[in-house]
Write a protein that binds this ligand. Structure first.
Ligand SMILES: *[C@@H]1O[C@H](CO)[C@@H](O)[C@H](O)[C@H]1NC(C)=O
Ligand SMILES: *[C@@H]1O[C@H](CO)[C@@H](O)[C@H](O)[C@H]1NC(C)=O
Length: 415
């Protein structure tokens, strides 16, 4: 059930010499609200390589979808809505103008030497600087072990790193269970990154869970994509590698489609120009290779894997590639209930395919579960602001605190 490959939509080409986000001129965002099971069953008719769902509609959870449609597909999309009997509801008339309004503050920021806090979004080099200072400050600690490990370099030559946090018995306590958390797999989902860094901050400052676990945290899984959302296209979803035959004009792979479980089957594209391009093969990208290497190296010690995303407002567990639970349904449900109960905001809890309203293959959490990591969750942060993607900076702390509540409830639950 591959998505129909539409004629190459070389969005990138148009933007080579463009201003920040200029490419989104004429792009529209539609609300997609499903009212019947038949709508849900026919939802795939609204999908194409060119339509970028910021959020998928889910009848079960009453989630209104948001579809960003390029000018070339506006007519097609509106016809489909009509065919399916769905209301035509435009949420954003012109995405470029919309982004102009919402991003002025970010562009104006120039206090690069300010202290690192959770009140704004930082560039990748600022995040790394912060982490290296942190590492330095724990270098002689008698209680806390904090290390930055560089796995390799991205396509654009940025260091791809993960953090190791535990107590100073790291050498002797080699059987400690491990919790892995990744953020920024979809780079436009900025809020996931300060959320992960906030979890790091809480673990260190509250001296929490360091005796019980080793934490492996990937604060920015897709640094090239993340930087690109700052410099070129705010809503970019992929990496910036050029491995495909069209790599020069359409770079990038959707990292959360590049893992091997049912690779390139659902909600994936084989077109390098699509935002859901799954890559030329499973694990073709260094970002997914990093996860694979962590999973293979730590093996049986891995106890839990959490992927942070946003726009959903749910906690979910495998599978995502099919509408069924993995063998660990009961365990995920019970721990998930603890997580949801610990949070201030309302979160749904379900298997990933139902929670997100769509099947997707090649995801990191399905891969981790398939490699027998016991507990595997997506924590898909609830929408804030007018659309859920552009989370205002004022909301960061509030959201990050909620993420910490969920993560610490989960850690407590598996002690
Ligand atoms: C750590 O200890 C070394 C050796 O005693 C010392 O030279 C260094 O300044 C200390 N670093 C920090 C950050 O305290
Ligand atoms: C992982 O996937 C393979 C191939 O689909 C399958 O044979 C295997 O049973 C899966 N393992 C788990 C734990 O689900």
């Amino acid at each position: 059930m591959k998505i129909i490959v539409f004629l190459v939509l070389c969005v990138e080409v148009l933007c080579v010499a463009g201003k920040y986000n200029e490419e989104y001129q004429g792009y529209k965002v539609y609300n997609v609200k499903l009212k019947t099971q038949q709508h849900q069953d026919q939802f795939h008719l609204l999908k194409s390589d060119a339509v970028d769902f910021w959020r998928k509609p889910s009848l079960k959870h009453g989630t209104v979808g948001q579809a960003m449609v390029p000018p070339s597909h506006v007519e097609w999309f509106e016809e489909k809505l009509e065919e399916l009997g769905l209301a035509k509801e435009i949420a954003v008339k012109d995405v470029f103008e919309y982004l102009q309004d919402s991003n002025m503050k970010r562009i104006a920021r120039n206090d690069v030497n300010a202290e690192f806090d959770f009140k704004e979004y930082y560039r990748y080099n600022e995040i790394l600087d912060h982490l290296y200072r942190l590492q330095e400050s724990y270098i002689n600690s008698t209680t806390t072990y904090f290390e930055i490990v560089e796995f390799g370099r991205t396509a654009e030559n940025r260091p791809l790193v993960y953090l190791k946090l535990t107590n100073t018995n790291i050498q002797t306590d080699i059987q400690k269970p491990i919790i892995v958390m990744e953020a920024g797999i979809i780079p436009r989902e900025w809020i996931t990154i300060p959320s992960a860094l906030y979890v790091v901050d809480r673990i260190l400052n509250e001296n929490k869970f360091l005796d019980d676990f080793e934490w492996v945290i990937i604060p920015v899984l897709n640094p090239d994509g993340y930087e690109y959302t700052h410099t070129n296209l705010r809503l970019w979803t992929k990496s910036r590698s050029t491995n495909s035959n069209l790599g020069a004009i359409c770079p990038g792979v959707n990292i959360n489609r590049n893992f091997d479980l049912q690779w390139s089957t659902f909600d994936s594209s084989s077109s390098p120009c699509s935002h859901i391009f799954a890559g030329v093969s499973p694990f073709s990208e260094i970002e997914s290779q990093l996860i694979r290497s962590i999973i293979k190296d730590f093996g049986a010690r891995l106890r839990m894997y959490i992927s942070l995303q946003n726009t959903g407002g749910f906690i979910s567990y495998p599978w995502h590639y099919e509408r069924a639970a993995s063998g660990m349904f009961r365990q995920h449900l019970l721990l998930g209930l603890d997580m949801v109960a610990a949070m201030k905001e309302d979160y749904a809890l379900d298997i990933s395919a139902d929670a997100s309203g769509d099947r997707a293959s090649g995801t990191s959490t399905d891969y981790a579960r398939n490699e027998t990591v016991l507990y595997t969750f997506n924590l898909d942060i609830a929408p804030r602001g007018s659309d859920g993607v552009l989370v205002p900076e004022e909301e960061i702390v509030d959201i990050a605190e909620d993420v910490w509540r969920a993560v610490s409830a989960a850690a407590k639950g598996i002690l």
